[in-house]
Ligand binder design. Structure first.
Ligand code: BEZ
Length: 235
């Protein structure tokens, strides 16, 4: 049997373009999203339990993402009418944890042909050749891919982590810093590594706001209120 080869977009590349039919009308991606961050994610199938728990959680957090200038965009290889029926069922019938009457108002793409999911490397035949895996693409306001995360069919995503990714990427851009392991707003951030022997010496001897673990690893404080002011609407 001929082996199928699937294209995988990579971090740092322009998000592949497509036109699509969604539960909120037609979209032209990424042009329609210029100026916003986007979380473009796939799920395996409508009317399935893990996906239902994910959509309810994501929809409940949508306002917080929007306030961080981030729009949500979903996809599965199901058709439009299946999407509509599933979202209506979620709203009318499903109570899960403390969530009920959850309305999914972000667009959900139909991709029966799998054209878009193949373009984004969302089909992983070792997992399923007929369903998308749980892929997450974080795309910046200029249309560049900034983060990619993949989960298998059985593993529901952690949406607090996706929110952390959005805030961390925007903080890194806005303050020219990097974020260490498990960083959360309010934790110390990493300053760019010294680029010369002189700068390295200066840092190690400096008594200013920086804390250096060694010349290549220095952190500084960055108040959560400063991040909120710059990044989050209404803060
Ligand atoms: C689910 O969302 O529950 C699911 C979907 C496809 C395969 C396995 C689980």
């Amino acid at each position: 049997m001929e082996e199928q080869v699937f294209f995988m977009p990579r971090i740092g590349e322009k998000a592949p373009e497509f036109k699509a039919t969604t539960t909120q009308g037609e979209i032209n991606f990424p042009d329609d999203y210029k100026g916003s961050w986007v979380i473009f994610f796939s799920h395996p199938a409508d009317f399935t339990p893990v996906c239902t728990s994910e959509f309810m959680t994501f929809a409940t957090m949508e306002k917080a993402f929007n306030e961080a200038n981030c729009k949500l965009l979903g996809l599965s290889v199901d058709g439009l009418y299946s999407h509509i029926a599933w979202l209506r069922t979620i709203k009318d019938k499903i109570k899960y944890k403390k969530m009920k009457h959850v309305e999914v108002t972000f667009p959900l793409i139909e991709d029966i042909t799998m054209d878009i999911s193949k373009k984004y490397g969302m089909i992983m035949p070792g997992e399923s050749s007929t369903k998308a895996v749980r892929a997450v693409f974080v795309i910046d306001p200029k249309g560049f891919i900034r983060t990619i995360i993949y989960y298998p069919l059985s593993l529901g995503r952690n949406f607090d982590e996706l929110y952390r990714v959005i805030i961390a990427l925007q903080t890194a851009d806005a303050f020219n810093i990097a974020t260490p392991a498990d960083w959360r707003p309010g934790d110390d951030v990493i300053v760019p590594t010294a680029g010369s022997c002189g700068a390295a010496k200066e840092r190690m001897e400096s008594k200013d706001e920086m804390r250096c673990y060694d010349w290549f690893f220095c952190t500084k404080k960055l108040e959560k209120s400063l991040i909120n002011k710059k990044i989050i609407k209404n803060k």
